[in-house]
Design a binder for this molecule. Structure first.
Ligand code: UTP
Length: 406
């Protein structure tokens, strides 16, 4: 495309502020820039609002509680171990996030939670796979979702640490897609004088990105039927969990979700529910007092199950739901950008929007979603911040309480 045609396209899409950048680009740079722009749906960008979507009728969802688990533990373990040994289970780690709250410039998985020794988040997860291999003699494949922002660093980290002893051939990496960032008036921001500012497009597109990647191809060749999916930021995460896998296989669930109960009604946690009879999630910001304090006849909270980003999916169901439309959520963030003359800005307050899709929006498309309750003191130590709630500090405390030497 000629620069003049590119300029017309920018004007047509109300992005005239980019004309000075284009004027200073070489023809080649303008060609690459045009290719980036051509992937953007400007009408959709304009249409996404900050308002919470209008929700359907919200009702409570049932879970397979700790009490029920105790009654069927042996059978669940038996079926889970069989599934692990069958070689039809793969694991997927979501590690494409930017970890902005933690404030580290490295991928979050490279964070060292050790105190007297090095103990990285990535390592904590690979350790579980090695334990599973020791117990059952199978190497479950691990596919790690990275983003444009952290792919190279993540792969290099694994190389440097020799794949934490699990073997290069058992760990694959695939990149999630990026979304452009805009200011509050939906004007695209620039990361450099020739490139758009962008950010990972949220964890909602994980399966599309996996399916389109070499990891997805390998997964199909291996005949994988179930995926155990988990987030990078919880070092207490138990994702090769025999009992969980067994219970989900027995329930023939399209998707099974590990949940914990809220510690108290006001806790900052989104909760699972049914919306118009379909599995869904209410974000914390959307909770009304009526939902927050609703109880059953025994005084138990009706909306209490929060997911901990540890799930099992049936691959055939993921394939069936892959084309389904996922809403795009926008969030006000601090987005570094450069002016057309190259002056760089690092805002100290939010200056624009990032656009993301969320994994839990896919629940409504699944034929069945099975909630599996776990004890938070044993499985939930997310690292979002440096100190305070959900932090390096709290995770270290919980790891120590669970017998991990740091
Ligand atoms: P969070 O929503 O906590 O985001 O991700 P984050 O990027 O880690 O941290 P902040 O919000 O910037 O501080 C939950 C999980 O989803 C993954 C993260 O890596 C983490 O495992 N994730 C999130 C992705 O893989 N891609 C994304 O685009 C966003």
């Amino acid at each position: 495309m000629e620069k003049t045609a590119l300029n017309t396209m920018l004007q047509k899409n109300k992005q005239e502020h980019l004309l000075p950048y284009v004027a200073a680009m070489t023809e080649e740079q303008a060609g690459i820039f045009e290719a980036e722009l051509s992937k953007i749906d400007f009408a959709a960008l304009e249409a996404i609002t900050e308002e919470s979507p209008v929700r359907g009728t919200i009702t409570p969802i049932e879970a397979y509680t700790l009490q029920r688990r105790a009654l069927e533990k042996e059978e669940n373990l038996r079926v889970g171990i069989e599934a692990i040994k069958s070689g039809r289970l793969a694991t997927v780690m979501l590690a494409g996030g930017q970890g902005t709250r933690l404030g580290s410039d490295k991928p979050k998985g490279c964070y060292n939670v050790g105190i007297t020794r090095e103990y990285y988040l990535f390592e904590a997860h690979v350790e579980k796979l090695i334990e599973t291999e020791k117990k059952y003699g199978v190497k479950l494949p691990l596919y790690i979702m990275t983003s444009e922002k952290n792919h190279e660093q993540t792969v290099a980290f694994f190389e440097t640490h020799e794949y934490f002893g699990y073997g290069k051939e058992n760990i694959g990496f695939f990149r999630q897609k990026s979304a452009p960032c805009t200011d509050f008036n939906r004007k695209l921001l620039m990361e450099s004088t020739t490139r758009l500012a962008s950010s990972p497009n949220g964890n909602g597109g994980w399966y599309v990105s996996l399916a389109e990647s070499d990891c997805g191809k390998e997964m199909r060749e291996r005949g994988i039927e179930w995926i155990s999916l988990f987030g990078v930021d919880n070092p207490l995460q138990r994702f090769c969990c025999e009992e969980f896998i067994g219970a989900s296989v027995r329930a023939n669930a399209s998707c099974a979700v590990k949940v914990v109960t809220k510690a108290y009604p006001e806790e900052l946690m989104g909760v699972m529910c049914l919306e118009d009879g379909k599995p869904s999630m209410i974000a914390y910001a959307e909770m009304t007092d009526a939902l927050r304090y609703a109880t059953d006849e025994n005084g138990n909270l009706l909306y209490t199950y929060g997911d901990i980003l540890n799930m099992i999916f049936r691959v055939d169901e993921l394939d069936r739901c892959m084309g389904a439309e996922m809403p795009i959520h926008i969030a006000r963030k601090k987005i570094p950008y450069v002016d057309a003359d190259g002056t760089a800005h690092s805002p100290t307050a939010p200056n624009g929007f990032k656009y993301e899709q969320f994994l839990f929006d896919a629940f409504r498309y699944m034929s069945s979603v099975f909630l599996f309750e776990v004890e938070r003191s044993k499985e939930f130590a997310p690292i979002k911040n440096l100190t305070g709630a959900d932090s390096v500090e709290s995770a270290r405390r919980m790891l120590t309480e669970n017998g991990v030497t740091l």
